[in-house]
Design a protein around this ligand. Structure first.
Ligand code: ADP
Length: 412
């Protein structure tokens, strides 16, 4: 055997997942042989006087590192991340890196699946900026920066909207003038799709069934919140629409309101469109109703007898219940309801209240099971219940890494 034969070929099994916001980058490096995380971290306040970088190596016994320093832009941020990874022996120049997977918020109608980024793909993501002005520009910057760092690697865009592109027109269209809607691409796209895809599949796995054989309602309740109805593994309805503003009551977003509220606030309230936009997106929802958007704080205040917090909770639950009922009707038969994200995974009182009184629909929660705190996917419905109620922790980064790796395979 010659010396070259004795060196095993390098297999590229790592995927870097990047979630680029306007002033932040979250990242995870995963090894797809066992889906393990090698490092996680984030850079915040990019472009401000003091930015913050937090990096946690999860292999080789390294310590969590945090530092504050000015980081001017996304390029500087990714270079800083790269330096941290290199210090852990996980540098982005490694031949073991197979691809970089990017979360892209809006993929419109065109992107129904993860896509290897080309110039045309970037141009299309750019064309969607008018319908995602806050998110797509940051996502594009993240992709361009990563391309500059590793021009030889496939960059894969994984779209928040992709899972929802299977919605029928009856669910995706608003009942407004068709020509106007089409001209301005006004329709319901839905978001959080990566989470809804992952959680609906994991819920089937938890019940030992194939996703094709299951009808699931997924309730993604984080700071942003959305519900989806998934029939046989395909999304048929979701609560967010043209933008993430529609649907459930959220941390700072109103969710559904009569659109005439906007005209009223402009005409009678004298507010500008931008002011109403800020009101509905940033100063409404739980924070608008009671001043807090953290469910832990709201529960604490309720325990102390705070009426505003109690009313905010009731409004949140009422909306959630309306969506459960609506999606039950959309699906006809429901096999499981899955709670996920910060509130869904942690707030037992929310889960209990959301299904309370729905026994006639086959829905119930077992008090003891619901009170268990765990990071594992688990059932919280009593054995007799016709519909399984589950808590299924979401993992958008793992799903992005899986979709990315499945697309590029192993290029070595
Ligand atoms: P994001 O939409 O920002 O990704 P998350 O899914 O992380 O949000 O959810 C964040 C929210 O989860 C917090 O605002 C808080 O309301 C809720 N939350 C987190 N931990 C708990 C907990 N232990 N109990 C109740 N609510 C929680």
């Amino acid at each position: 055997m010659t010396s070259t034969e004795s060196i095993p070929p390098v297999t590229a099994t790592r995927v870097l997942v990047l979630n680029s916001g306007s002033s932040s980058v979250k990242y995870q490096l995963l090894d797809m042989r066992d889906s393990s995380r090698l490092a996680v971290g984030l850079v915040e306040r990019i472009g401000e006087e003091t930015s913050r970088l937090k990096h946690t190596p999860l292999t080789g016994g390294g310590e969590e590192r945090e530092r504050e320093e000015p980081i001017a832009d996304h390029e500087a941020a990714l270079k800083a991340v790269s330096a941290e990874l290199t210090a852990d022996g996980l540098g982005l120049d490694s031949p073991e890196l197979a691809a970089i997977g990017h979360r892209v918020v809006h993929g419109g109608l065109k992107f129904t699946a993860p896509t290897v980024v080309t110039d045309e793909v970037l141009a299309e993501i750019q064309r969607l900026v008018p319908v995602a002005p806050l998110h797509n520009p940051a996502n594009i910057t993240g992709i361009r920066t990563a391309q500059a760092l590793r021009p030889d690697l496939p960059q894969v865009a994984v779209f928040d909207t992709a899972f929802h592109t299977t919605m029928p027109e009856s669910a995706a269209r608003y009942a407004i003038d068709v020509a106007t809607a089409d001209q301005h691409r006004v329709r319901r796209y839905g978001f959080h799709g990566t989470s809804h895809a992952y959680v609906s599949r994991e819920t089937a796995g938890l019940l030992g069934k194939a996703p094709e054989d299951m009808n699931v309602i997924v309730l993604h309740l984080g700071n942003g919140a959305s519900a989806s109805a998934v029939r046989g593994g395909r999304c048929v309805e979701t609560s967010m629409g043209l933008t993430p503003l529609e649907g459930l009551v959220m941390g700072t977003r109103s969710g559904d309101v009569d659109p005439a509220v906007v005209f009223h606030l402009a005409r009678v309230g004298g507010m500008s469109i931008d002011e109403v936009d800020t009101l509905l997106n940033k100063k409404s929802g739980l924070v608008g109703l009671c001043g807090d958007n953290d469910m832990r704080e709201i529960r604490r205040r309720i325990d102390e007898g705070d009426e505003a917090a109690a009313l905010a909770f009731d409004i949140y639950i009422h909306r959630l219940k309306k969506y459960i009922g609506a999606y039950y009707a959309v699906l006809g038969r429901v096999d499981a309801i899955a709670f996920t994200a910060g509130v869904g995974e942690n707030a037992a009182p929310v889960r209990e209240a959301a299904v309370a009184g729905l026994e006639e629909l086959g829905l119930a929660v077992d008090g003891e099971l619901n009170a268990v705190r765990s990071d594992e996917a688990r059932l919280i419905s009593p054995e007799y219940a016709r519909v399984a109620v589950a808590v299924v922790p979401t993992d958008e980064e793992l799903e992005i890494a899986r979709q990315t790796y499945a697309l590029v395979g192993n290029p070595s």
